[in-house]
Every structure is written in structure tokens, then in C-alpha cells.
Design a protein around this ligand. Structure first.
Ligand SMILES: C[S@@+](CC[C@H](N)C(=O)[O-])C[C@H]1O[C@@H](n2cnc3c(N)ncnc32)[C@H](O)[C@@H]1O
Length: 219
């Protein structure tokens, strides 16, 4: 059983699981060669990235709380009209550069277009033309990202996780739906109240149970 939700690292032993010449399988084989990426991160970045790119083309990509930064790079592979991506994380995994190197080896056009910034996401300027993405920014970090993107009038896509059911704003809806869902509904309505068109989607639950994707673009 090869579960896409596994935290196991993809290694050279897994290359044969990605036999085709599709972009996804080429990505899978490349990531295996890095030998450092948890399997779930491949599937999460791919499933989120392709949904975001169906709606948001171009723009500089800001991957906030980006970890290994695979999402930032998938965004460029799926739409090369973006000038580049910035991965911002207060603690960048040392293996993020190893992963980037193997991706550049397969796709030389990524070279020089991904910046890795070890910083608090509040220290990074967001421009209105940016596409802000964040996969699994824990708890209130997702709210900060939505607030900062909305303040800049940038397009934004978040896939929240680690909902704090005590401190998060469930909008009084917890009697009808589970608190994490209520918190995400309030987030979506708040983004809409900032003058955003919103989209609510999911990625496959087999990849992650934290699979709600909220996207917004200024009206
Ligand atoms: C659950 S991980 C998600 C990583 C990656 N986006 C992914 O989907 O695999 C959350 C990340 O947010 C980063 N982080 C937490 N607080 C942060 C902050 N204030 N500014 C920037 N990054 C932060 C952590 O270091 C961590 O890498």
C-alpha cells in the first residue's frame, strides 16, 4: 500500500512508482532523487498547486511558511509566466536547498528564480500582483497570512491545519459543524468581507485530512 499521506521520505527506491512521462511523474522521480521529502508533501504541493493555477495565473509567488518550498516550485512548473517564487519560513529545512538543486537539474529554467528567505512572514513585503500561497500554516498563522494578503490586495490560497478550537473564531457555528470547519467558514466569510471573490475547494482526503483549500482574489 503506497499511501500518499505517508510521512516517509521518498527515496531512490520509490522512483519506479512514477513511471510515466507526465509532469507529475517526472516531478515524483525528481523528488525521489533528493531523498529528503516526506511523501505527503509531494502530493499536497501538487494537488494544491494545480488547483491554485487553474484560477491564478502569473504573478510573483510567495510561499509563506513554505518549509521545503516545493509548492513554490510546482507553481512555476505549472505556469512559467510567473517571474519567480519566494519561499519564506522562519526555520527553513536544511534539505530545502538539496530539493531545489535536484529540481533545477531536471528543470534548468527554475535556476535563479526561487529565493529562500529565513524570516518571519510578517517581515516580507507583499505586492498586489503577488500570488500568496500557504500549505498547512498552523493555527492562527493562516489568519495572519490571509490578513496580510488582504491588506496588500493580493491573490491568496491557503490550506489551513492545526485549528485551535479554543482560540480560533468559530463564529458561533460549532453547534452545527465541527469547530475546525466553522473556523474555516469564518475565515472564508472574512476574506469575502474584505472585498474578495472566494472559492472553497478540497484536495483528496487520501492525501491529508487537512484538505480544505480557500482561495480568494480581490474583486
Ligand atoms: C506545518 S509546516 C508546513 C510547511 C509546508 N508549507 C508544507 O506544507 O509542508 C508550517 C511551517 O511554518 C513555519 N512557520 C511557523 N511560524 C512562522 C512564521 N511566523 N513565519 C514564517 N514561517 C513560520 C514553520 O517553520 C513550518 O515550516
Amino acid at each position: 500500500m503506497f499511501s500518499p499521506a505517508s510521512h516517509s521520505r521518498l527515496t531512490g527506491h520509490d522512483v519506479d512508482r512514477f513511471p510515466d512521462e507526465t509532469l507529475f511523474d517526472r516531478l515524483g522521480r525528481t523528488v525521489c532523487r533528493a531523498g529528503c521529502l516526506p511523501r505527503k508533501e509531494l502530493y499536497e504541493a501538487w494537488e494544491m498547486g494545480r488547483r491554485v493555477r487553474r484560477l491564478f495565473r502569473g504573478g510573483r509567488v510567495l510561499d509563506l511558511g513554505g518549509g521545503h518550498g516545493l509548492l513554490a516550485q510546482v507553481m512555476l512548473l505549472l505556469d512559467d509566466s510567473s517571474p519567480g517564487s519566494i519561499v519564506v519560513d522562519k526555520t527553513l529545512p536544511p534539505s530545502s536547498l538539496k530539493l531545489h538543486d535536484v529540481l533545477v537539474h531536471t528543470w534548468p529554467r527554475l535556476d535563479g528564480r526561487i529565493a529562500f528567505v529565513a524570516a518571519d512572514l510578517d517581515d516580507v513585503e507583499i505586492l498586489s500582483a503577488d500570488v500568496v500561497v500557504s500549505s498547512h500554516a498552523c493555527g492562527a498563522l493562516t489568519d495572519r497570512i490571509l490578513d496580510r494578503a488582504a491588506a496588500a490586495r493580493a491573490r491568496v490560497a491557503v490550506m489551513p491545519c492545526c485549528h485551535n478550537v479554543d482560540a480560533g473564531d468559530a463564529g458561533g457555528l460549532s453547534g452545527w459543524v465541527e469547530s475546525p470547519v466553522a473556523i474555516d467558514i469564518v475565515r472564508a466569510m472574512r476574506l469575502a468581507s474584505h472585498g474578495y471573490r472566494i472559492w472553497t475547494q478540497t484536495i483528496p482526503g487520501a492525501v491529508t485530512p487537512k484538505n480544505r483549500l480557500l482561495l480568494g482574489a480581490p474583486l
